[in-house]
Design a protein around this ligand. Structure first.
Ligand SMILES: [Zn+2]
Length: 273
């Protein structure tokens, strides 16, 4: 333990001096390897968070777009139906006008007829037109009641459509903002990630990638937290905890296989800007 504590500040200086120093001294301590691994993990976890954050918004926007399109279709159908009934009303109103004109014409003819037969025939025509007018008026009354009902439904649909359309605009804006904002951040993190992985030897890097891809939360390197694995939360035996903090070799969790780091490594990485 004491040995590690002494070593720590020395290795820190070495890493701070950067590449030139690494080139001069190719042997890297286990503590340093762990710091590099956890640094990579820390960056990759931030990328994961961005992806999760952005991952749900496009779906929400898509759902809203579908809903708005559905409401639009429904609204259009209702408006068409309303227009059709309104058309029926004006058709019947025209019919009434025509019937009234016909009646006037027949009445004028009646004044000129010479015999009863012609007169009666015109009377029958007039009666018939009057019946037509009554029927049309009845149908208009029915249609007007339908129109009132349909108008209420159209208004309601229009209101819902407008509301959803507004929600969609808000969500879309949110998504655009997040994409614009996170794209830059993500690119920077990706650069950091590849820079961090360059320091790690091939064998360790492929182990890291393998463990990371097998875990649902993308964690391959985890700190020991209150005596437990920070990945699967199973407790770690005291001797193993001592081995982890002695930095003599890389130690994985016996339950989940994740690489374990102690507070020293955690603090080293977390204190970097
Ligand atoms: Zn574990």
């Amino acid at each position: 333990m004491a040995k590690t504590d002494v070593k720590a500040p020395v290795t820190k200086t070495a890493s701070e001096n950067g590449k030139a120093r690494t080139a001069l001294k190719p042997e890297i301590t286990v503590a340093e390897k762990l710091v590099e691994l956890f640094r990579l993990q820390h960056v990759d976890s931030q990328v994961d968070r961005i992806k999760v954050q952005r991952g749900e918004l496009p779906l929400e926007v898509q759902d809203l777009e579908d809903e708005v399109a559905g409401l639009e279709t429904r609204l259009k159908k209702l408006q068409d139906e309303l227009g059709e009934v309104e058309g029926q009303v004006s058709d019947r109103q025209n019919m009434i006008k025509e019937a009234k004109a016909q009646i006037k014409k027949y009445e004028a003819q009646q004044a000129k007829v010479r015999n009863n037969r012609e007169y009666d025939s015109l009377t029958k025509e007039i009666e018939f037109q009057n019946l037509e007018i009554q029927l049309a008026e009845k149908r208009i009354k029915e249609a007007k009641a339908q129109i009132d009902g349909k108008k209420a439904v159209v208004d309601e649909s229009k209101h819902k459509y407008d509301e959803r359309q507004k929600d969609l605009e808000v969500k879309k804006k949110e998504l655009d903002d997040i994409i614009a904002e996170t794209e830059k951040e993500e690119k920077e993190l990706q650069k950091k990630s590849s820079a961090a992985s360059k320091h790690i030897e091939e064998r360790l890097l492929s182990a890291y990638n393998r463990i990371r891809s097998n875990s649902r939360n993308g964690l391959a390197v985890v700190p020991v937290e209150r005596g437990s694995c920070g990945g699967c939360f199973n407790s770690i035996p005291p001797q193993r905890q001592l081995d982890i903090s002695s930095h003599k070799k890389i130690i994985v969790c016996e339950h989940c296989g994740r690489i374990l780091v102690d507070d020293y490594v955690l603090e080293r990485v977390m204190s970097e800007k």
